[in-house]
Design a protein around this ligand. Structure first.
Ligand code: ANZ
Ligand code: ZN
Length: 804
């Protein structure tokens, strides 16, 4: 008996695919299908999360190819970033070398998975032929006024010694190293994503094929709120204080004002006063606290009076001005009117500092203590008060977004250089196009501290001004790696273009991505930034669509014993070990079978064993019958058993087709396939078995296996003597006729109680059903001597005989 030698089989087919360039995408007239998995950071080793992500994508790609689409399925490397630089600091390996070696290693591992990638389109964001175009895009943003520099308080990781985006600060700590994040005042580059806040928000409605949860996260991140800006006069101060409120209806309840400690006015307001020193101390204290800490509901509200008063523009009331931890400088206007009766944060603060609390809305939601607005519902009052503020020129209705501009400067070496030069005469000057790419120098030192390591390369830093030619200095910060990944899906389409980032017509043809697959951890940033890039590129005339990803699948995690696999927990299962022991087809089958793609998946050694046994079982079945399927046989004169077998074959094909193309229910598709294999084991024992039906069964099993476990599928396909490759056949349609049942089961009831079952011709009429029921021996006995009152027949289901 032949043994399933997965090592040999998998090696053999991977070699054939590679030699034949089986998955190279060439332009043709078939409908296009672009399936994309989020590209990995080249850490050096693949983990189960990768195996799962890429197996899911591979099933989609292989299936859609068999369905007749021209499939684009590329892979590449998100290759800039901190780990490479940390390796340089720790082990003295240059980031470039470290990254290239990791890519090489990981690529070999990915190839072991038998994924249907067009490797000719491979990209790595750290290579000059990629980042040249990242720089080109940066300059386009710059020319459009969408990239700008400003000095501001930024999140500073005390350990990585670099600036972090808001998104990279989690619970007041650095997302990467868990160290405390503080505020630091620095000149930084930003991208003006806030200009696109409204479009990024309203276009979410176009994303029909995205999970609701991801859309909600994006909406909350953009955080639109409608309210008003109101100007308050400050006694003895010539500038007005602008505040943002979502509740202008509560303006009669304002009992104090709060400025963010970093608000521009604060120093001026306390200059030379008795409050100067305490304000300075308070500000210093605030700098050590992260935004999240400051605004957390667990953090005690804290602040101080700064000796000044504001005037309420509607009732002239004099109100004290405070600074406090819970008001942030870069939200709204950085200042608030405090209404302790109707805002919890203000209430907590007012109680602590013994401030007045004035209620302006009663229990029914109607206005009180609000002059002419008394008695209105607070919703009506909202509009009336805004109108009044507008009419007297002290306020207006506004919309505010939580979304901030995207801070992209990193004080790091291993990133895309920002193509900007500083000249004493000309100021900020973009590098000339013909001088791109600005290459990363190699003669740098990695200390891990302070400024970007790029400062240590004299050759890099010192340059001449692109405008006047005099001595000038280069920008030493590099770009956030999220920029690299905001356009990579466009580059795959035209990966070798050396004239521009991509060809417009090709991108028009292939975009949007039909199916994007990746981790939910990218639900906000990467997806938002990619959407932003596409909108800007559209406005630049470089492409002509609004959204990059039509359908999004966020796959669940791979867990072991209920916990995420991690080195620290010591529960990591290495994909390479599994592949060594069982082969990659088993590994793929397990991750696809054990849970639906969106759900978390629990690793189970028995589950893996089970999948391995299943593949063996299929292998033995095909091996036993492989000669038989070549004998001449036809699908004529089928017996009852033959028809039943065909019914199972074709209903499985139908179910699998629907499960894959609908909601990617691979697990239920695979379990249907397992049942089919069982049925074929039974059917082959039937004495009068029909070889044509057997052949159909085997071919169907192998075809269904092809997207899931491609190596064994090809092997079996050749074992049954097929020419060519199963990965290249057209996915068969199921036979409607085979699904038609010859016989149906009809239930017979007497006075509503089930008393028997009849096997009747599938086309039986109501009258025939009644007749058959009354003629059945068992039923006859049961109704003997009784009076038949009524017979009710439900077509093809049931006959109920009512007797007395
Ligand atoms: C008065 C008021 C009364 C407020 C009331 C709320 C309830 P969202 O929905 O998040 O936009 N606020 C404004 N700017 C702030 C800042 N820089 N730091 C901290 N808080 C700030 O919240 C808007 C509300 O948050 C604003 O409306 C303001 O308080 C506060 F019964 O004004 B409100
Ligand atoms: Zn100059």
């Amino acid at each position: 008996m032949a043994v399933y030698n997965f090592k040999e089989i998998e090696k053999k087919w991977q070699k054939i695919w590679e030699e034949n360039k089986s998955f190279k995408t060439v332009e043709n007239d078939k409908p296009k299908y672009y399936v994309l998995e989020m590209f990995p950071y080249p850490s050096g080793k693949i983990h189960m999360g990768h195996v799962r992500n890429y197996s899911i994508g591979d099933v989609v790609a292989r299936f859609m190819k068999m369905r007749g689409y021209n499939v684009l399925h590329p892979m590449g490397w998100d290759a800039f970033g901190l780990p490479a630089e940390n390796a340089a600091i720790k082990h003295g390996i240059h980031p470039d070398k470290w990254t290239r070696e990791n890519i090489k290693e990981m690529k070999e591992q990915l190839k072991l998975l038998g994924l249907s990638y067009d490797w000719d389109r491979e990209i790595a964001t750290c290579l000059p032929d990629y980042y040249k175009w990242t720089q080109e895009l940066f300059l386009k943003f710059y020319e459009k006024g969408l990239a700008y520099k400003k000095k501001s308080f930024v999140n500073w990781c005390t350990s990585c010694e670099t600036v972090l985006a808001n998104e990279q600060v989690v619970g007041g700590k650095c997302e990467r190293c868990d160290s405390v994040v503080v505020k630091k005042d620095l000149e930084q580059w930003y991208l003006k994503i806030t200009d696109y806040a409204e479009r990024l928000l309203s276009d979410i409605d176009k994303l029909q094929g995205w999970p609701e949860k991801v859309k909600t996260m994006q909406k909350n991140w953009i955080g639109k709120s409608t309210g008003a800006e109101v100007d308050f006069e400050i006694e003895g101060f010539d500038k007005k204080l602008k505040i943002f409120t979502t509740r202008p209806d509560t303006i009669y309840g304002v009992t104090y004002m709060v400025l963010a400690p970093e608000h521009d006015y604060v120093d001026e307001l306390v200059k030379g006063s008795e409050y100067e020193k305490s304000v300075k101390d308070f500000k210093e204290k605030m700098q050590l606290m992260s935004e999240i800490e400051r605004t957390s509901t667990d953090t005690e509200k804290e602040g101080l009076f700064i000796g000044k008063y504001a005037i309420n523009p509607l009732n002239g009331k004099k109100i004290p001005i405070y600074i406090a931890n819970y008001v942030l400088v870069d939200y709204g206007t950085g200042a608030i009117m405090a209404v302790p009766a109707h805002d919890e944060r203000d209430e907590e603060f007012a109680k602590k500092y013994d401030l007045e609390i004035v209620s302006v809305i009663d229990e029914d939601g109607n206005m009180v203590n609000s002059d002419e607005f008394n008695g209105l519902s607070h919703k009506e009052a909202f509009n009336k008060i805004v109108e009044k503020l507008e009419s007297i020129g002290v306020g207006k209705k506004t919309v505010n977004y939580r979304l901030r501009d995207w801070l992209i400067s990193r004080q790091r070496y291993w990133g895309c250089p920002i193509p900007i030069v500083y000249c004493d005469e000309c100021g900020v000057v973009p590098v000339n196009r013909e001088d791109l790419p600005v290459l990363l120098p190699t003669d740098v030192e990695f200390t891990g501290k302070g400024q970007s390591p790029l400062t240590t390369s004299k050759e890099f830093v010192n340059t001449s001004c692109p405008k006047c030619g005099k001595i000038a200095k280069r920008e030493i910060d590099t770009m956030d790696t999220f920029i690299d990944s905001s356009w990579y899906f466009l580059r795959y389409i035209d990966a070798k273009n050396d004239k521009s980032p991509f060809d417009k017509d090709l991108v028009e043809k292939w975009m949007p991505v039909d199916q994007y697959i990746g981790g939910v951890e990218h639900a906000i940033l990467h997806l938002l930034y990619s959407r932003f890039f596409v909108k800007v590129l559209k406005d630049l005339g470089m492409l002509d669509f609004d959204e990059p990803f039509n359908n999004l699948l966020t796959q669940g995690m791979v867990l072991k014993d209920g916990a995420k696999m991690s080195k620290s927990k010591g529960n990591v299962v290495s994909p390479l070990d599994i592949i060594e022991k069982y082969g990659v087809d088993t590994a793929r089958l397990f991750v696809l079978f054990a849970a639906p793609p969106e759900r978390d998946l629990d690793w189970s050694d028995q589950g893996v064993e089970g999948c391995f046994r299943f593949i063996n079982r299929v292998y033995r079945l095909v091996d036993e019958l492989k000669e038989l399927v070549n004998v001449d046989a036809s699908l004529k004169n089928l017996s009852k058993e033959d028809k039943k077998a065909r019914l199972i074959i074709h209903s499985t094909l139908k179910k699998v087709t629907e499960d894959i193309s609908g909601r990617f229910n691979f697990n239920t598709a695979i379990s249907a396939l397992m049942e089919l294999v069982n049925e074929m084991y039974k059917y082959k024992e039937v004495e009068s078995r029909n070889e044509a039906v057997l052949k159909e069964g085997l071919e169907t099993i192998i075809t269904i296996l092809a997207p899931f476990t491609p190596h064994i599928a090809e092997e079996l396909w050749s074992m049954i003597g097929k020419e060519g490759y199963v990965s290249e056949i057209t996915w068969p349609n199921y036979d409607e006729n085979a699904l038609v049942k010859d016989e149906i089961e009809v239930v017979v009831q007497i006075n509503g109680k089930v008393r028997g079952k009849l096997n009747l011709n599938a086309n039986v009429t109501k009258e025939e059903m009644e007749k058959e029921a009354l003629e059945d021996e068992k039923i006859k006995r049961l109704i003997e001597g009784k009076n038949i009152v009524k017979i009710i027949a439900v077509p093809k289901k049931l006959v109920n005989i009512v007797v007395k």
